[in-house]
Design a protein around this ligand. Structure first.
Ligand code: FE2
Ligand code: FE2
Length: 309
C-alpha cells in the first residue's frame, strides 16, 4: 500500500489538449509587448563597451565586490530562466490564448541575456562565483515558482501575481534607483538595458491580471493574496534581492560590505539606507494597486530592519 504524503498534483500529469489552436491576436496589449521585445533585442557581447572596463584600474577589494555582486545577480537571473518555461507550459495547458505564451517565449530569452551579461561582468572582474556560501544559500535559492506554476490546484494567476506583479515589480524599482546613482557609464548601461526589458515584464503581469480578475471568485482571490504574501514574506523579506534583508550571517555581511564598496565608487550597487525607502514604497505601491485594481487586500508585513510595512 502506498501512503500519500503529498497531495500535490502537477499539470504535467494531465493529458494535453491542444486543438483547436488559435494563434490570432486576442490580447492586443500583450501582443504589442511581444512585438516590442522583438525589435529591442540586445546582445550581451556587444551591448556595452567592454574595453572601457579595465579590471586593473580598480582596487582588489572593488574587483572582489564586482565579482560578488554580479555573480549574485547571475544567480537571480538564472532563477528566472529556470522558472519562466514552467509558466509558459502553464499558459499552454490552461489554453489562455496565444498572446501570453508567445510573449513568455521571449521573456525567458530576455532573462537569459540578463544572466549572461551578469556572468560576463563577474568574469571580467576576476571570475564568476558559481555558488553562494552555505549560510547564504537559503536567501538566493529557488523561490518555489516552478512548483507553484505547475500546481494543478493553484490558479495560474497566483504565480503571475507573486512572481511578476510583486517580485519583478520590486526589483524593477530597486534597479531604477541603482541606475540613477551609478556613475560608471558601462555599468549604468547594463542596468538601463535590463530595466528596459523588466518594464515590459512588469507590464505583462498587470495586463494579464487585469484580463483575468473579472473571472475569479473570492476563493481564488484569496489564493492569489496568499501567494503574494508568501512571496514577500519568505522570499523578498528573506533577502532574495536585497542582502541587508537576509538573515544575519558571515555571508550576508560580506554581501552587504561588497555593495557598500560599489556604492561608494558609483559602480552599480546601493546600501540599506537608500534601498530601504525604495523597498518600502514599492511594497506600499503594490498593496495599493492590488487593492485598487483587483480588490485584494495584502496583509501588513514585518521585518526587523524595516518594522511594519
Ligand atoms: Fe531579469
Ligand atoms: Fe524579468
Amino acid at each position: 500500500m502506498t501512503i500519500a504524503t503529498d497531495s500535490y498534483r502537477s499539470i504535467l500529469d494531465a493529458p494535453e489538449a491542444r486543438f483547436p489552436l488559435s494563434l490570432g491576436r486576442h490580447k492586443s496589449r500583450i501582443r504589442k509587448l511581444f512585438h516590442a521585445s522583438l525589435v529591442t533585442q540586445w546582445d550581451p557581447a556587444t551591448a556595452i563597451d567592454w574595453n572601457s572596463l579595465d579590471a586593473s584600474s580598480y582596487s582588489q577589494e572593488q574587483r572582489l565586490a564586482l565579482r560578488t555582486r554580479w555573480s549574485r545577480r547571475a544567480w537571480g537571473e538564472y532563477g528566472a530562466i529556470s522558472e519562466s518555461p514552467a509558466l509558459q507550459i502553464r499558459f499552454c495547458h490552461d489554453r489562455l490564448g496565444p498572446d501570453a505564451a508567445l510573449y513568455f517565449s521571449i521573456r525567458s530569452q530576455e532573462e537569459s541575456r540578463h544572466a549572461e551579461i551578469s556572468y560576463l561582468l563577474a568574469e571580467k572582474f576576476g571570475g564568476y562565483i558559481d555558488a553562494p556560501a552555505d549560510d547564504y544559500e537559503g536567501s538566493v535559492s529557488t523561490h518555489g515558482v516552478r512548483r507553484l506554476a505547475l500546481d494543478a490546484d493553484a490558479p495560474v494567476e497566483c504565480t503571475v501575481a507573486a512572481l511578476v506583479c510583486s517580485a519583478e515589480q520590486i526589483i524593477f524599482n530597486v534597479f531604477k534607483h541603482i541606475s540613477q546613482i551609478t556613475t560608471h557609464p558601462a555599468i549604468r548601461r547594463v542596468y538601463e538595458l535590463i530595466l528596459r526589458d523588466e518594464a515590459r515584464h512588469c507590464a505583462f503581469g498587470w495586463y494579464f491580471m487585469a484580463d483575468r480578475m473579472p473571472d475569479l471568485d473570492s476563493a481564488q482571490r484569496n489564493r492569489i493574496r496568499d501567494a503574494v504574501a508568501t512571496m514577500i514574506e519568505e522570499v523578498e523579506l528573506n533577502g532574495y534581492q536585497l542582502a541587508w534583508l537576509a538573515p544575519e550571517s558571515e555571508a550576508s555581511r560580506a554581501q552587504i560590505a561588497c555593495d557598500r564598496i560599489l556604492w561608494e565608487a558609483g559602480l552599480g550597487a546601493s546600501i540599506e539606507e537608500l534601498e530601504a525607502p525604495v523597498f518600502i514604497s514599492s511594497l506600499r505601491e503594490i498593496r495599493d494597486r492590488m487593492k485598487r485594481e483587483w480588490d485584494i487586500q495584502l496583509p501588513i508585513f514585518h521585518h526587523r530592519k524595516t518594522g511594519k510595512i
